[in-house]
Design a binder for this molecule. Structure first.
Ligand code: ZN
Length: 111
C-alpha cells in the first residue's frame, strides 16, 4: 500500500495546491488485496497515507478480471473477482506474470 501512496504523491506533485478527494485503483482479480474486506483496505490505506498529501482521500477499489494460469489444464485462463478458480476445471489458478496487481486508475481532486 505504501507504493500506491508514493505513486499517488508523484502524480500529485505535478498539480500543486489541489486537494485530493478520491483515489481509484484497479485491482487484479487475483491480487491478495482483494482477500481483505474494504474496511481493512481503507484502514491500511489511511495508515500509509498519514502525513502525506494523500491523507484524507477516499480509497475506491475497482476489481478487474485477471490473466492466470491453470496448472491442471496447462493453459491461460481469465478469472473474475471473487471467483479465482479455473473456469474449465474449477481448480485454483496461479497468477499470470505480465500484469501488475494494482494499477493507479484515477485521482479525483478538488480545486
Ligand atoms: Zn483448469
Amino acid at each position: 500500500m505504501r507504493q500506491i501512496v508514493k505513486a499517488v504523491e508523484t502524480s500529485l506533485s505535478e498539480t500543486a495546491d489541489t486537494k485530493l478527494s478520491v483515489v481509484r485503483l484497479k485491482v487484479s482479480a487475483i491480487s491478495h488485496l482483494l482477500t481483505h474486506d474494504h474496511a481493512t483496505l481503507h484502514a491500511t490505506f489511511q495508515l500509509a497515507a498519514r502525513g502525506t498529501k494523500v491523507e484524507g482521500a477516499r480509497l475506491e477499489v475497482i476489481p478487474v478480471p485477471a490473466d492466470a494460469w491453470c496448472p491442471q489444464c496447462q493453459r491461460d485462463v481469465s478469472v473474475t473477482p471473487a471467483h479465482e478458480v479455473c473456469p474449465s476445471c474449477g481448480e485454483p489458478v496461479v497468477a499470470g506474470s505480465t500484469e501488475p496487481e494494482v494499477v493507479l486508475h484515477e485521482l479525483v481532486v478538488q480545486r
